[in-house]
Design a binder for this molecule. Structure first.
Ligand SMILES: C[S@@+](CC[C@H](N)C(=O)[O-])C[C@H]1O[C@@H](n2cnc3c(N)ncnc32)[C@H](O)[C@@H]1O
Length: 255
């Protein structure tokens, strides 16, 4: 199976949904709101939520800022759930589409702002994705990305575990993210460190693992992951976050 589809399938897995919760990124909707404010979302904005998952942020942004939001994700199951969720929320300024961030099947220069939470690190071809994001952004429009940064060499074992457990194949440093975005044409790239939110998410996942173990014991989940190994990996990631080798950042930029 192609690596991108494999990654989308990973985030549609019931256990992964249980561990992350509905908002599949550190900081939850509080950080989504902060990101929306930093890129000046308003009622008139036409926004793309790239790699929207099950649409939790998409629906929240439309409600909170009153803007029109398109949610796009490679996972068909995610988009199906997102459509049901938006119907239940009775929000009509939203539409959802299945699509690949590396080849966005939408017209050029149609969005005022693009949000992409905890997904840029997953895209294998960041040059192509940055170019696509730039293409669909209106002149003067803004991007708001939140993502994992890795500021040096991780132990090989940890790198492999990160890929296996959270599909983080391609997280980069601030300098590398800046390079991709600037090369695509964005300027005034700003970074805001949100390490504490990542630490909190790690602790939350640890707690949810206990619930997962219970459900596995009851036969409600069949998993191919080794829970003991996940716990060990989480502890190792936590140490890397505490030392600053790994962090979570908000990134903004202007076209
Ligand atoms: C960690 S989840 C984040 C979901 C959502 N942005 C959130 O914060 O709740 C990553 C999402 O990226 C999506 N994804 C991965 N590769 C993609 C691609 N090439 N194009 C579009 N979506 C992709 C996955 O399907 C998954 O829903």
């Amino acid at each position: 199976m192609d690596i991108k589809q494999c990654c989308a399938d990973f985030y549609q897995n019931d256990l992964i949904r249980l561990l992350f919760g509905d908002s599949m990124h550190p900081g939850g909707l509080g950080l989504t709101k902060e990101l929306g404010e930093k890129i000046f979302l308003k009622k008139e904005s036409k926004v793309l939520d790239l790699a929207c998952g099950i649409g939790t942020s998409t629906i929240f942004l439309a409600k909170e800022f009153g803007c029109n939001v398109t949610g796009l994700d490679l996972g068909q199951k995610n988009i199906k759930i997102a459509k049901t969720n938006s119907k239940n929320a009775e929000i009509n300024k939203i539409d959802f589409q299945v699509g690949d961030a590396e080849k966005i099947k939408l017209e050029s220069e149609i969005f005022d702002q693009i949000i992409c939470e905890c997904a840029f690190c997953l895209f294998p071809n960041k040059t192509k994705t940055s170019q696509e994001i730039f293409r669909v952004t209106k002149k003067g429009g803004m991007i708001g990305i939140s993502d994992i940064v890795i500021r040096g060499d991780l132990p090989v074992m940890l790198k492999e575990a990160l890929f296996q457990f959270i599909c983080v194949l391609e997280a980069k440093s601030e300098q590398e993210y800046e390079h991709y975005l600037q090369s695509a044409g964005f300027s005034n790239i700003q970074f805001y460190d949100k390490k504490d939110y990542l630490l909190r998410l790690i602790d939350d996942i640890k707690k949810r693992l206990f619930a997962a173990e219970l459900l596995i014991g009851l036969g409600k989940f069949k998993i191919e992951f080794d829970i003991a190994k996940i716990k060990k990996t989480l502890q190792e990631i936590k140490t890397c976050v505490e030392t600053g080798l790994v962090s979570y950042v908000l990134i903004t930029g202007t076209k």
